[in-house]
Design a protein around this ligand. Structure first.
Ligand code: SAM
Length: 343
């Protein structure tokens, strides 16, 4: 059937699909098709879709094209009779369920559904410790789908055209920050010197390197640093990413006055690292400072911490005050984009 679609190069496909999904413009009744090195993504409104993807799709066209109708997909909700709350990270499904019987029923339904899932995990603790890692209960593993050497907690997650190998039982990772990471990475110019002070498996650092930045990625968690190196290799940017294991306050002496851009994604305690950030900042440096604060005044504590550390050596200007997401009742996860210019 002839339907409107956006035609893009495959490397821009995921960013385009995500932008269309976010704008509510994906036509879910038809398949996405690849033909002659072009991806055809069905949309409900060609003109609105062109506007929605203008910044992410590279060179694209809107067209009308014959695309097949999507076959019926059996979802966990079809099997359970209710919509379970699920999060997908690569081929892992994550749930947060206290009731053991309900958890088991959801896990079975996920594996019996048409979702391409290898294992189902239940949250078994809060995110904890300096390395911000959670414990997991493995509820189910689909042995038939598991022809890999990966542990049930290990997967390859894809985000905006990059892939990240990671083990949820050993490192921090949240797919919920994908749009925020994309927002920040989109600002990066080729040739910039970017230092990610809390890099994890590299979801800021590696896309930054793909944009042509020279990147230093630091993390306290040795395992995260190993994954970051592997992910730099997988995404073809190993030469542009220097991954360093250790406390960023102790292992970055070689990078004083170096950074054009700093990413500080350690929201509960970023204020303890602002002196290090100022030491790493070059003459003109943008800091992306993540924080979790009460909704009444979520930006003031971060601005105060940065001004106290940076002034009068630097002129400090707050470029953006951005709410990333709601974190808990009355608490917000926010990002401050702050520019430091040496006075
Ligand atoms: C919230 S996670 C963010 C990871 C990554 N930026 C992401 O978006 O997935 C914070 C990371 O900071 C690391 N970390 C905590 N304290 C640190 C320190 N003193 N120096 C360097 N890294 C640290 C943790 O191991 C963890 O991987």
């Amino acid at each position: 059937m002839d339907v409107p679609c956006v035609a893009v190069a495959p490397e821009c496909g995921e960013a385009t699909r995500s932008a269309l999904a976010e704008a509510g413009l994906l036509d879910d009744d038809h398949e996405i098709v690849v033909d002659d090195d072009t991806l055809y993504i069905p949309v409900s409104d060609a003109d609105a879709a062109a506007d929605a993807v203008a910044d992410v799709a590279g060179e694209f066209e809107t067209k009308t094209r014959d695309l097949p109708t999507r076959r019926g997909v059996r979802t966990p909700a079809d099997i359970l009779g209710f919509e379970p709350s699920l999060e997908r990270i690569g081929d892992i499904v994550v749930i947060d369920e206290d009731d053991a019987d309900r958890a088991a029923a959801i896990a079975d339904a996920v594996l019996d559904s048409d979702l391409p899932v290898r294992s189902v995990l239940n949250r078994a603790s809060k995110i904890k410790g300096e390395c911000r890692v959670r414990e997991w209960e493995v509820l189910a593993v689909d042995d038939a789908a598991d022809d890999s050497d990966l542990a049930p907690t290990e997967t390859v997650h894809r985000e905006y055209g990059h892939e990240f190998l990671l083990d949820l039982a050993a490192v921090y990772f949240s797919p919920r920050l994908a749009t925020e990471r994309h927002r920040v990475v989109d600002e990066i110019q080729s040739g910039e010197q970017v230092l990610d002070m809390f890099a994890g498996v590299g979801p800021f650092a590696i896309p930054a390197a793909s944009r042509g930045a020279e990147v230093v990625a630091v993390d306290l968690n040795d395992t995260a640093v190993d994954y970051c190196r592997e992910n730099a290799r997988r995404n073809g940017v190993a030469d542009a990413v220097t991954a360093i294991a250790g406390d960023v306050r102790e292992v970055t002496d070689d990078y004083h006055d170096w950074a054009d851009r700093l990413v500080m994604n350690l929201p509960h305690s970023a204020n303890e690292f602002v002196d290090t950030a100022v030491a790493l900042a070059g003459d003109d440096c943008t800091i992306h400072y993540y924080d979790i604060q009460h909704e009444d005044d979520p930006f003031a504590p971060g601005i105060e911490a940065i001004r106290t550390a940076a002034e009068p050596e630097y002129e400090v200007s707050v470029e953006t005050e951005h709410v990333v997401r709601s974190y808990a009742p009355h608490e917000l996860n926010v990002c401050l984009d702050v520019r430091l210019r040496r006075s």
